[in-house]
Write a protein that binds this ligand. Sequence first.
Ligand code: OXD
Ligand code: MN
Length: 593
Amino acid sequence: MKTTNKKVIAWLDEMSAMTKPDSIVWIDGSEAQLEELRAEACATGEMIKLNQEKLPGCYYHRTAENDVARVEDRTFICTPTKEEAGPVNNWMAPDEMYAKLKKLYDGSMVGRTMYVIPYSMGPVGSPFSKIGIELTDSIYVVLNMAIMTRIGDKVLEALGEDGDFVKCLHAKKDVNPEERYIVQFPQDSTIWSINSAYGGNVLLGKKCFALRIASYLGMQEGWMAEHMLILGLENPQGEVKYICAAFPSACGKTNLAMLIPPEYLKEKGYKVWTVGDDISWLRIGADGRLYAINPEAGFFGVAPGTSEKTNFNALEATKKNTIFTNVAINNDDNTVWWEGLDKNPPENATEWKGAKVNGKEYTAAGNKLAHPNSRFTAPAINCPCISSEFENPQGVPISAIVFGGRRAKTAPLVYQARDWEHGVFVGATMASETTAAAAGAVGVVRRDPMAMKPFVGYNMADYFGHWLEMGKKMDADKAPKIFHVNWFRQDDEGNFMWPGFGDNMRVLLWILDRCEGKVGATESEIGYLPDMADIDVTNLDISEDVLKELLTVDKNVWLEDVADQKEYFAQFGDRLPAEIAKQLGILEGNLKK
Ligand code: OXD
Ligand code: MN
């Protein structure tokens, strides 16, 4: 046994008695052990070794066709009562769920090896960090966890004789989608995942622990786990200010985290540093400010659409020691390809399901070579713009919190909340529209408070309450200022009005100017809007009219949104904090004035 921690030993005994693996292997974190596992996965066909000259340390993995994404309808929060999980989560009573799953896990690892992965979310030994142990019968999971988290003996040492940990069990079983379950038991710090072998469902440190379980722990312990990137913006004087930002899927979060400033701002000396691209853990520091760490050690990014142009830094990060999942293979040189990488699909290709095809003809006929949710798992330290503070155990002080969504008409390019309470309301009313290609057409609105709809580990109404409580613990001048952005506003013909990508830096600069009290703003119905002259549009091909339109609030469109917000909040009944109802009333009143 690797540890004298009695809680670990008892749990491992129980789990192995249930799953009955042929053998148990402890993951020590050594390169030698990982290398053996890579060789074994290649020997069995679970992974493919890619061109080691062009992509050193890189491997390929293909999942089952029915197992290519997170499965929200199979994801459960099993709190003692349904009310604790709240209306936006699937729920089942813990006893019932344990009983159901025990039958599925029974003997599920017969003939297989169980790997024991001790891992830390956050730098080992940081006051922010938490330890988990994942049991899995998948080498792919071990190798991904080795990139996405800090693993091995050093974590067991930090856990010590008596430390607590999040108990994570994963069994591939037969990848049957009908019996696939991703289950969190927040009160037991336990995660059970079965019948999947795809990233978000099985890398249990990520969404399951670092968001669902951690959001519950944060509520209990007075900190926050959020679906937010963390970036540092360095000015020409060399000062760096940090921003956290939450966006629903498909809003360019990884791109923003790794933003490259427009040429003329670069020349002036502005730089962006990435601390994290997906998850933030936030605590109030001794000085009363809010500090954030990125609990992860890697990026589990969507490959399609990633190119030298759209995200140079992410692409660079994938050039060594990376695992690719469900992208296409270029058989000429045993490298990888995906839609949007370049305009040159390989002729001699293997598409993501494993069929050899002529990639040019295949894509010309409208087929996709890579699965739209194909991924790279890349070490964060590979990223050319990784922040020097990435490993800082104390985290970075946050100046601004930014919420965003994809809204064709409603939200202006940027606005600032009046105060923390209003900011929580702005986050709680976050929404995104499904993309609508047709001229003028507006997509379906999906409400996604703080981008946490699929990830909140307890009742969303109580989660709003926790945000409000956190604000009360910070002096107004120390708390981060809260903003909302929308890179996706469209004109009546359906054209995007703002260039996006690197030019989003111009909006971030306004945000930081506001945080430092350097510029004024105009109070509107929804919050503070920028004065046009304060958004730097140097070298940008944008007319004054367009900029004006980008910063306009259409009261009628907003009143429609308020009606939708009301309906959304109604599901929380009496549990909705009074402050949220109050802010909704203020917004409606302002719009009706
Ligand atoms: C992710 C997601 O994979 O938010 O990060 O779905
Ligand atoms: Mn995410």
